[in-house]
Each structure stands twice: as structure tokens, then as C-alpha cells.
Design a protein around this ligand. Structure first.
Ligand SMILES: *Cc1c(COP(=O)(O)O)cnc(C)c1O
Length: 340
């Protein structure tokens, strides 16, 4: 059964080329450093983002939490936007695993204000925790990108206070496309960066954590501690290499499709598309319960083989990806019109 699945770009399927690469992957025990395919992926990934080294991790959440654990000491505080993935969608892991507390700051379209970051840095006071890390997210999960200027400003603040900066770059390739720059220029404003191979890039699983040689060396040990020491994992790394080599350029189609979807949605009376957060492959919009009830929209579209999520914080989110064509979008629009 073919579904038009707009819930997320995490629903993307591995490409035929990936399946071929998986079948033919040369593998070894990666905990011994013996897996040539993983070693190749880690080298390619590090080069892509302009860092000395990279580490293959099972998921984006794993990569972020591993970065926090590696950068910080128990009892420290990390500065992070209040609507970052690390705050909202990682099950409170940073309190449980690294034992840090989160200092959450206001954001506008996913961007923290540099002066707030500066003001949030703790001073040397017997009552206060130490600030151990600053976390950024780009592209932000709200659909917007953070400008390079803001990133640089925050990095500079971090440097002046000897506080490292971690970037949650789950969708860093989408961010680079939207900002019209190379991913290296985004990653330059952080000490470590996590990015996903699994979302828009369509690998079945896996993310990368990149940073200095020394940082990745320490992270590798903590990855083992967390149970992320995987063995013949070249099987997955092979798909990851395809993701980095074959799937980044085509993301522009997803961005175009998202804009097309947004344009068509906004023609429907009662729908308000959030245009200021339309930088990547995600469309956020509001549609009141008076137009159609949320549960009804979800159910009725499902009957037409269209999968969507319910609202989050009052907004629907539709996500474009390699499995969504322009025709699929027309089909979705047609069905929404018919329903309301
Ligand atoms: C998806 C996502 C993650 C986590 O990735 P998982 O592989 O689902 O754990 C982290 N940050 C952002 C911004 C994401 O969108």
C-alpha cells in the first residue's frame, strides 16, 4: 500500500542504491576499529563538516546526549533554546545521563538572542552552577534556520568564556541549502556537531557526531559506556555513505515542494501558513477546529492513504521528503479541500 506520508522525513525509506551498498558492505568489528566501511563513513563525515574526526552513532538523540556527556561535568548547566530538540524531545536525558541542568532561553523562530546567552553565563559564585556548554540547533525544528552571523556571535561569546558550543545539526544539510552556504561554514561556529543520516538523507538509521580528534576520542569511550559500541555496523554505515554522497543535493526538491505545498495550503480559506518558518522542508500551519476537527482530519485523510500527525502546540506540520512528489501534494490539497 502506498501512503503519502507527511508526518516526518524520518519515514523515508532506504534507496535501492543503499540496499545494494548494504548487501555488499565490507565489515569488521567496529569496537576494535576494524570495520572499513564505518572508518570510511567517519572520514567522509568529518571532511564534509570540516572537523578533525567523526563518530557513527545509532541516532540523533544518542549523538546529542553523547556530546553533552563528553563536554560537561555532573552538576553543570547548559544553555539551550527553550524549544530545542534537546529540551523537548529527548526524554529529559541530559538530566539522567550527563547529570546537567538546562538553562532554557527564549527564542524567536528558533534563534536565541546572543545578549541573552551572554547574560545566562554563570559567574564564579558559591551559589551558582557552572556553565558547561552552549547548545544550538540549525536547522531548527520549528522550520527556520539560524543565521551564520548569530551563530558566530554566540560562538565568540562561548570562546570568550571558555565554554564549548555544540550544534544539533540533525538537518544541517537542509540548513546549508536554505542559508546558501556549505555545511562547513555552519559547523565552523561550533566545537561539536551532530547530524542525521536517517532523516531527509534516507539512510535507515544512524547519525554522526563530529569534532576535534581529542573530543571524538573521549566520545568514543562514552559511546561504549552508553551501549553504542556496535560490531559489524558497516552494514548501516554503507547506507550512511550513500546518504552523504548521493542524497544531500536533492534536498532542494524537498524545499521547493514544501514551498509549493505552503502556497497551495494558503489558498484554502481557514488555513494560516506560518510563512516566517518556511526555510526548509517543513510546512507549519494553523487550521481552527471550526473548520475541521483535528481527529477528523487525521482519520479522514488516513482513509485516503494520507498520513499526518495531529497538531503540536496548535499547529499542524507537513514534511516534504524524497517519498513525496508534487503530484502527491496536489492529491493532499484536493483531499483537504474536499473534506472542509
Ligand atoms: C530528529 C532530531 C533529533 C534526533 O534524532 P533521532 O535520530 O530521532 O534521535 C535531534 N535534533 C533534531 C533537531 C531533530 O530533528
Amino acid at each position: 500500500m502506498k501512503y503519502v506520508d507527511l508526518r516526518s522525513d524520518t519515514v523515508t525509506m532506504p534507496t535501492d542504491e543503499m540496499r545494494q551498498a548494504i548487501a555488499n558492505a565490507e565489515v569488521g568489528d567496529d569496537v576494535y576499529g576494524d570495520d572499513p566501511t564505518v572508518n570510511k563513513l567517519e572520514k567522509i563525515a568529518a571532511e564534509k563538516v570540516g572537523k578533525e574526526a567523526a563518530l557513527f552513532v545509532p541516532s540523533g538523540t544518542f549523538g546529542n546526549q553523547l556530546a553533552i556527556l563528553t563536554h560537561t561535568k555532573r552538576g553543570q548547566e547548559i544553555i539551550v533554546g527553550k524549544d530545542n530538540h534537546i529540551v523537548l524531545h529527548e526524554v529529559g536525558a541530559s538530566a539522567l545521563i550527563a547529570g546537567v541542568q538546562l538553562r532554557t532561553l527564549e527564542t524567536k523562530n528558533g534563534t536565541m538572542f546572543p545578549e541573552d546567552v551572554l547574560n545566562a553565563i554563570r559567574v564564579d559564585d558559591i551559589h551558582e552552577p557552572e556553565t558547561g556548554l552552549i547548545c544550538l540547533e540549525n536547522a531548527h525544528g520549528c522550520g527556520a534556520v539560524v543565521s551564520l552571523e548569530i551563530m558566530k556571535e554566540i560562538k565568540k561569546i562561548g570562546e570568550e568564556h571558555s565554554i564549548p558550543v555544540h550544534l544539533d545539526g540533525a538537518r544541517i544539510f537542509n540548513a546549508a541549502l536554505a542559508l546558501g552556504t556549505d555545511v562547513k561554514n555552519i559547523a565552523a561556529s561550533c566545537d561539536s556537531v551532530m547530524f542525521c543520516l536517517s532523516k531527509g538523507l534516507a539512510a535507515p538509521s544512524g547519525s554522526m557526531l563530529a569534532g576535534s580528534k581529542e573530543f571524538i576520542h573521549r566520545a568514543r569511550k562514552y559511546r561504549k559506556l552508553l551501549g553504542g559500541g556496535m560490531r559489524q555496523i558497516g552494514i548501516l554505515a554503507a547506507a550512511g555513505i550513500m546518504a552523504l554522497e548521493k542524497m544531500t543535493d536533492r534536498l532542494k526538491e524537498d524545499h521547493e515542494n514544501a514551498k509549493y505545498l505552503a502556497k497551495e495550503l494558503s489558498k484554502i480559506p481557514g488555513i494560516k501558513v506560518i510563512n516566517e518558518r518556511l526555510d526548509i522542508n517543513m510546512v507549519f500551519f494553523e487550521m481552527g477546529e471550526d473548520i475541521i476537527k483535528e481527529s477528523e482530519l487525521v482519520e479522514k485523510l488516513y482513509e485516503k492513504n494520507i498520513k499526518i500527525n495531529g497538531k503540536e502546540a496548535g499547529e499542524y506540520r507537513f514534511v516534504a521528503h524524497v517519498g513525496i512528489s508534487k503530484e502527491d501534494i496536489d492529491y493532499v490539497i484536493e483531499n483537504i479541500k474536499a473534506l472542509i
